[in-house]
Design a protein around this ligand. Structure first.
Ligand SMILES: CC(C)(COP(=O)(O)OP(=O)(O)OC[C@H]1O[C@@H](n2cnc3c(N)ncnc32)[C@H](O)[C@@H]1OP(=O)(O)O)[C@@H](O)C(=O)NCCC(=O)NCCS
Length: 429
């Protein structure tokens, strides 16, 4: 078997051999196919990059058919059960698990960069009283680039490391303050005696008590949710980070682009839609009628189906388990019963089975977030905090990849050509 493609251009009768490497052909090889000297080479039209590989990456592996997700080769199930978010962040950024000394130094560095410049606090206070926390997060991450102008020096490895540490460390601070602002509550400074996720909860919920200590089971559940969201290869926001980062801008600006992409309802908003759906269904008795409505094409079963996963989303299984721990502390969310029954019925129904529609990560995550008392606008902020190490690992890979170029897709021009411009004074006369 030869690893190549023979392409015959029927316009010219000419044949081309296009090498196949890693299951792909190079778009540049397709560009060599020309119908004439003055005619541009053939290009590939792929809105949304549905079948285009934009990079080589060793960060995250997904097999959607089998329902497999691995970070740096480690299955997500093992990481969620046996690791913690900061260790997973180290793994994503560095490519391998830390030694004891490396881990301790990493945790120390992240812990001691959680504070932000006081001016960050004052400009965050300047947002409107009802500002969406995701908008605040996006703006404040971008603004960090002005506090660390040295971050522009992206060719220096130590410098890159410094910005990565700062960003992972400060994201919970910015996220928590965005939350507190909308509630009119004072900002809480980081408590460096607490772990990463416990400190985040303290900055979110501490009031007048001397020390805020969240229930360990809640800390663990949120830490797992961060792990599950830490990377998902070339999704919309990661592609945004890479695309903006390809201009060699500083990493704060690149990550702000990732936050902006995540802000969009097609990316980060499905768990809120699941909650709305469950509320609308209201009780178990109404499930059959709802399922019928979905099958008749009147609506969608939110939290089911995925562009990549044609099997049970491995993250959904883990979240379902985490639900039990959270509800043990907070009391059961009555919507859980409806969700579980809905899942049971859907997984046995021919409509969903034949279309390979299984629960995705969003089916249960909204229920957990609600149990923490987070308003729906905060769901995406939590996602962004979890995704930060993934964005940065992908950015790091990008800036060291010799094959990468500034992102600049082609277009198929559909507008007018060669019109004669008539000045306004004549057109309006
Ligand atoms: C995620 C999603 C956008 C993926 O879409 P996709 O890969 O483009 O799949 P398609 O829309 O082509 O769906 C394929 C078939 O399954 C059906 N389908 C897909 N998701 C469905 C859902 N959640 N409920 C009911 N039917 C669904 C489609 O109607 C289509 O049926 P048809 O072949 O009879 O027309 C889609 O499954 C969806 O809208 N899910 C609900 C929203 C959600 O949970 N999003 C979060 C994703 S993490």
């Amino acid at each position: 078997m030869t690893d190549s493609l023979t392409v015959r251009d029927n316009r010219t009768g000419q044949e081309y051999d296009v090498p196949i490497l890693d299951g792909t052909i190079k778009a540049a090889d397709i560009g060599k196919i020309k119908a004439g000297d003055d005619i541009p080479g053939l290009a590939v039209y792929d809105p949304g990059f549905v079948n285009t590989a934009s990079c080589r990456s060793a960060v995250t592996y997904i097999d959607g058919e089998q329902g497999i997700l691995e970070y740096r080769g480690y299955p997500i199930e093992q990481l969620a059960e046996k690791s913690n978010f900061l260790e997973v962040a180290y793994l994503l950024i560095h490519g391998s698990l830390p030694t004891k000394a490396e881990y301790e130094s990493w945790v120390h560095e992240i812990t001691y960069h959680t504070f932000v410049h006081e001016n960050v606090k004052s400009f965050m206070e300047g947002f409107r009283y009802d500002a969406h926390p995701m908008g605040m997060l996006m703006a404040s991450v971008g603004a960090l680039s002005t506090f660390y102008p040295d971050a522009r020096n992206i060719s220096d490895a130590d410098n890159r490391h410094m910005q990565i540490v700062r960003m992972i460390a400060k994201m919970p601070t910015l996220g928590a303050w965005s939350f507190r602002h909308a509630q009119g509550k004072p900002f809480v400074y980081p408590d460096n005696e607490l772990g990463y996720t416990a400190n985040f909860l303290s900055m979110l919920f501490k009031m007048s008590e001397h020390k805020f200590e969240a229930d360990e089971r809640l800390v663990k559940a949120l830490d797992i949710l961060f792990i599950l969201h830490a990377d998902h290869e070339q999704n919309c926001s990661t592609n945004a980070v890479r695309s903006v980062g390809s201009s060699q801008v500083d990493p704060y600006s690149a990550v702000a682009a990732g936050v902006a992409a995540l802000y969009g309802p097609l990316h980060g908003g499905a768990n809120e839609a699941v909650l709305r759906m469950l509320r609308r269904i209201g009780s178990k008795e109404n499930i059959p009628a709802f399922i019928q409505g979905v099958k008749d094409g009147n609506e969608r079963l939110m939290g089911f189906g995925h562009r990549v996963y044609k099997n049970y989303d491995p993250r959904a299984k883990i979240i379902k388990k985490a639900c039990d721990d959270v509800f043990e502390v907070t009391g059961v969310n009555p919507l859980l019963e409806i969700a579980q029954e809905l899942e049971k019925i859907a997984l046995e129904d021919e409509y969903f089975v034949s279309r390979k529609l299984y629960p995705n990560v969003d089916f249960y995550s909204g229920l957990i977030y609600e149990a923490f008392q987070f308003p729906p606008e905060m769901f995406t902020v939590l996602f962004a905090i979890g995704r930060t190490p993934g964005w940065l690992a992908q950015w790091l890979e990008l800036v060291q990849d010799k094959e990468q170029k500034i992102a600049r897709p082609k277009q198929i021009y559909t507008g007018d050509r060669r019109l004669d411009f008539v000045p306004a004074s004549e057109r309006w006369a």
